[in-house]
Design a protein around this ligand. Structure first.
Ligand code: SAH
Length: 374
């Protein structure tokens, strides 16, 4: 028997939850109790919200409200401590969320018995990690190096589904804020700026409900230029990262078809006009492909392209995958590329590939599972 459709509370704002309470004949402060329970406590059903009177809990259920948390369908652990979650949504679709421990904490876990014990020890201390969340099921952009692109676009995530990924992973990892230092990146599956309203709504709920600081969040775009201007006008917003991946239009249009709609001149104008806060920097991401965009000449072109911006560059060697016709450069090429940027005064970091043994690059897990199933 199919379950009756429900309305998810997860995704509703404080104002909306207050209205739900008032329409049920409850005082307004019940709305704030609901808000706290939904975003700060690990409740799976209105029945579990012990701060609310029993009558109101039953009423919520009778009116068809559910909490609407997604489920962790499966979980993969990399030797480097990266955890990859496949998160199941109410309609049977799924997305990936990745947890990357940093420094002393969870990286002790190497999957061995001893490693697990070490990890349990580490967890009693601070969680230091970055969580990478998805904004869409699949993606429409067709970047030539990205595995999510091969899935095509299925649909946008709701704000509740975006926040839900964080809620279930935080629960599983026993995250407690503000004690733990968790950064969040919108760099999972999908293009956040093609689901702008829900993405931004999720950001507000994360700040007001979950308690994650906006300064700890970064959104990455392939270059949806009008939304870069929109983001600059928001009062509550994450930091901005732009996936460049090529230093000229000819190459970028081959690798990222979105460049045919908004070219580098338009993209860099938006980047230059983006209103940065005190001490804030833009991030330019640059995936290196062997012999395609990773020569000394490309590095010098990149320096010229971003000259005068207050920014840093993150380099990452391609995470290869089935169906991707590009190759990963050797370490020496990555270092030589970085050296040119650094010598030109550009702060440049190499992002360590994480969880390669569990296919932890953009869209890789889901894509790999699909291939195994077919
Ligand atoms: N659509 C957004 C966010 C998702 S992709 C964007 O394009 O920025 C997040 C980052 O992963 C981007 O910087 C993208 O260039 C990078 N990426 C995608 N596929 C990759 C791969 N196979 N190896 C390494 N990085 C990849």
């Amino acid at each position: 028997m199919a379950e009756a459709p429900t309305t998810a509370l997860l995704g509703l704002s404080l104002q909306e939850l207050t209205r739900v309470a008032q329409e049920a004949g409850q005082p307004a402060y019940r709305g704030r109790q609901l808000f706290k329970a939904i975003y700060r406590q690990k409740v799976n059903s209105p029945q579990e919200i012990s701060s609310l009177p029993q009558g109101f809990r039953s009423q919520l259920i009778a009116q068809g409200f559910s909490v609407g948390r997604p489920r962790i369908e499966s979980q993969f652990r990399s030797r480097d401590g990266t955890l990859r979650y496949l998160i199941g949504l109410a309609d049977g679709q799924s997305v990936e969320t990745v947890w990357m421990p940093r420094g002393d904490g969870g990286e002790a876990g190497d999957g061995s018995e001893a490693g697990r014990e070490l990890e349990t020890e580490a967890r009693k201390q601070k969680n230091r990690a970055t969580i990478c969340v998805s904004s869409q099921v699949g993606c429409a952009l067709d970047c030539q190096f990205c595995l999510t692109a091969l899935l095509g676009i299925k649909r946008n995530l709701t704000a509740g589904e975006i926040v839900g990924q964080i809620a279930v992973v935080f629960e599983e990892r026993q995250v407690s804020l503000p004690r733990d230092r968790v950064n969040l990146v919108f760099m999972g599956m999908g293009e956040p700026f093609l689901n702008y309203e829900n993405f931004l709504r999720a950001v507000r709920l994360l700040v007001e409900g979950v308690g994650l600081a906006e300064s700890r969040m970064t959104v990455s775009t392939a270059g949806v230029v009008p939304r870069i201007y929109d983001l600059g006008r928001e009062t509550v917003r994450p930091k901005l990262a732009i996936s460049l991946n090529a230093p000229n239009d000819r190459l970028r249009s081959q690798l990222m078809p979105i460049n045919r709609k908004w070219n580098l001149a338009a993209l860099m104008r938006a980047a230059r006009e983006f209103p940065l806060r005190n001490r804030e920097r833009l991030t330019f991401e640059y995936v290196l492909f062997d012999q395609r965009n990773d020569s000394a000449g490309h590095a010098r072109e990149l320096v010229e392209l971003i000259r005068g911006t207050r920014s840093k560059v993150n380099l990452i060697a391609l995470n290869p995958g089935p169906g991707i016709a590009l190759e990963t450069p050797a370490e020496a090429r990555v270092l030589a590329f970085q050296r040119i940027l650094i010598d030109a005064g550009v702060p440049t970091f190499i992002r360590r590939p994480r969880g390669r043994d569990i296919f932890a690059a953009c869209g890789q897990l889901k894509r790999t599972l699909e291939l195994e199933a077919s």
